[in-house]
Design a protein around this ligand. Structure first.
Ligand code: HEM
Ligand code: HEM
Length: 334
């Protein structure tokens, strides 16, 4: 914890070169996206498991608080992707290290060039929605809907620290691994972060283009609208029918959006939670129990999301779920 305070105060005091700020931005953007995907993967699974809750979750996405968050999220993903790409290139071409600062400026300029037209496109959807007759959930309901996530995160932290404490009690001082196997594992993770980062770029940019620009968050619940990436019309105008249409879309016998989402799920969760482990263990380095607890927290988070996300992807959303969603959507604003 003291190292976290030290990092923040030193970053502000140091008024560092651009490299310092790009490190901070990379870390903050990565953490922000980890928080978002934690909510997002759990609530996407509700399309199958609890259709009424999924209707409410998408309704929370269509409120001013989440609209601001949506712009921040897209900005964070684009910046993190470009900056990650810069890190990867320079890692593999160390002699370009001398161009670090210039590269950091190019990343900022590249992010601006991508984000300006994207934000204009997204803003068009925002104006259409809020300028129309649409009803919006009150802020208090939006905040209340986040309580289960806060509870889940607290439970994961307590469980992680408790496991670590118990492991410390059982193993005593004798559980230390050899430095050799430890550094081989860290080398693997170093490579994984780079390879997965490269693979995530097209997947996540494609997903964001579909969900923010081509169709837009607000059109997920538009009735009689062709669902993006399919030739199916969302007749009920429910978010559940939208997901069903995408997950039931077959191309050459392959459920392409399920496969696509599975690739996204596995790569993003493992990359994001290993990144979370780097950050959490950095700030708990002085306390071995807490530090190991943070490794467990990252592991628990990744496992829960991969299991829940995969269960959703292999299930079938039937017509009963769509009817339940329709009833829930009708009573949402009453
Ligand atoms: C507000 C922004 C977003 C919206 C509205 C959105 C929307 C959706 C929707 C409707 C689905 C259901 C399946 C489908 O249609 O493909 C989905 C699935 C998914 N999205 Fe997003 N998405 C957003 C941002 C993101 C971001 C930034 C990431 C990753 C960094 C991401 C990762 C995923 C994953 C992994 C799945 C599969 C979840 C599962 O298996 O349960 N999404 N998204
Ligand atoms: C879009 C493509 C992406 C690329 C090219 C990319 C690239 C990278 C790279 C190169 C690192 C540094 C790894 C290291 O220090 O060994 C990193 C760290 C990280 N990434 Fe990503 N990433 C991407 C997407 C994501 C996503 C979607 C998330 C969140 C789910 C995420 C979360 C993180 C976190 C939390 C860190 C650790 C930051 C730190 O240690 O300060 N990244 N990323």
């Amino acid at each position: 914890m003291t190292s976290l305070v030290l990092t923040v105060s030193e970053t502000l005091r140091y008024r560092g070169a651009i490299g310092q700020w790009s490190w901070v931005l990379h870390r903050l953007s990565g953490l922000g996206v980890v928080l978002f995907i934690t909510l997002h993967i759990i609530d996407t699974s509700w399309a199958l498991l609890y259709p009424e809750l999924y209707v409410e979750a998408i309704a929370t996405y269509q409120t001013p608080l989440f609209t601001i968050g949506e712009f921040l999220l897209v900005g964070a993903v684009v910046y993190h992707a470009l900056n990650g790409f810069r890190i990867i290139i320079i890692d593999f071409r160390p002699k370009w290290w001398k161009y670090q600062e210039r590269a950091a400026v190019i990343v900022l300029a590249g992010a601006a060039i991508i984000l300006i037209p994207v934000f204009i496109g997204m803003f068009g959807h925002v104006l259409n929605f809020y300028g129309g007759e649409n009803q919006v959930l009150p802020l208090i309901d939006v905040l209340r809907a986040q309580i289960p996530f806060v509870v889940g995160i607290v439970v994961a932290i307590v469980a992680g620290v408790l496991f670590s404490f118990l492991q410390g009690l059982i193993a005593g001082g004798g559980e230390k691994k050899s430095d050799k196997s430890g550094s081989a594992i860290e080398r693997f993770w170093w490579s994984y972060m780079r390879v997965s980062g490269l693979l995530i770029i097209p997947l996540v940019f494609g997903h964001l283009a579909m969900m923010h620009v081509i169709q837009g968050v607000f059109d997920i619940t538009a009735a009689n609208f062709t669902v993006v990436g399919t030739d199916v019309i969302n007749q009920s105008g429910t978010a559940v029918e939208f997901v069903a249409a995408r997950w039931n879309m077959f191309l050459g016998g392959v459920a392409i959006w399920r496969l696509y989402d599975f690739g996204l799920l596995a790569l993003v969760v493992i990359h994001g939670f290993n990144g979370l482990r780097y950050v959490l263990t950095d700030y708990t380095a002085k306390n071995p129990t807490l530090r190991r607890g943070m490794v467990y927290v990252s592991l628990i988070g990744a496992l829960v999301l991969i299991i829940v996300g995969t269960l959703a992807l292999i299930g079938t959303i039937d017509s009963t779920a769509i009817e339940m969603a329709q009833r829930a959507a009708e009573s949402l604003h009453q």
